[in-house]
Design a protein around this ligand. Sequence first.
Ligand code: UDP
Ligand code: MG
Length: 312
Amino acid sequence: MVVPCFNEQDNVKPFLSACKDAFSDKEYDYELIFINDGSSDSTWKSLKALYDSESRDNYIKLVNFSRNFGKESAIYAGLQNAAGDYICIIDADLQQNPHLVTDMVEYLDSNPECDVVAAYQSERIEGKVTSLLKKTFYSVINKLCEIDFRSGASDFRTFRRTVCDAILGMPEYYRFSKGIFSWVGFNTHYIPYVAEERNAGTTSWSVRKLFKYAFDGIVSFSVFPLKLATYVGTITSFAALIYMVIVIIQKFAFGIKVPGYATIVVLLLLIGGIQLITTGIIGTYISRIYIQGKNRPIYIEKEYVSYEDNGQ
Ligand code: UDP
Ligand code: MG
């Protein structure tokens, strides 16, 4: 179980209890890998306490980041440290029920052709505007990218070792897990789930962050925005050509009367705006090449604690 934690001090303990509850009567072994993603509260302390309290029957690994690197980096760190044949990514806030993981594992056990069992939210408890925005995002990203994005699919999923290795083979700095999961392929089975209320704390998502996430996702898996300048340029050039013919005919047939001040200003602003936007888009891609070129690590680990080091 890979569990990214950002300010989850009051959730990690109930989460562990829920896992115990879910897996107690199961035959398989499991481990919990908590990644403390630079929390500003006492999450690390809670995790350490949890680790110490479970020392007799320990199956916990803890990774402490040097700062907040984001959930995607936390997932990557978790996958790197996961030892299991099946790997599950799950949130620490109990919005995703660990009991569902047992269903996922059962499905993988009984369906050898299936590699990934992913949960998608069948009902969303959210506003109409948010829901509309999310729908729009999925239809846009599906049009722009070659791979398929399933609306409502979450990071909550269980997959085989082969899938985990494939994901680890993508050490890109800008990680958009929805895209990475689709890109690596494999047979995915979707099961519905209803996200529960957050156990404690607040979500770290704001509208601004969601928009940034959506934009990052598109830029990570599509180069269409880069071609935008070519498309818009072609259309405007074509329109300009037609207009040129019209102007020439006007000039010779009727003579041009008053110069079109408004037309010139509007066109100047419009074309200038389009040029700036497309330059900005190109800038976005270049900045990514720049950052990736530095080959910086996806995360920096400050501390690592594992049951494996206890000789267990
Ligand atoms: N999370 C993280 N790093 C971050 C933000 C979130 O590791 O920078 C973790 C968080 O602790 C939780 C999961 O990612 O376990 C999902 O976050 P959250 O509950 O805020 O998102 P939501 O459930 O609202 O989508
Ligand atoms: Mg949550």
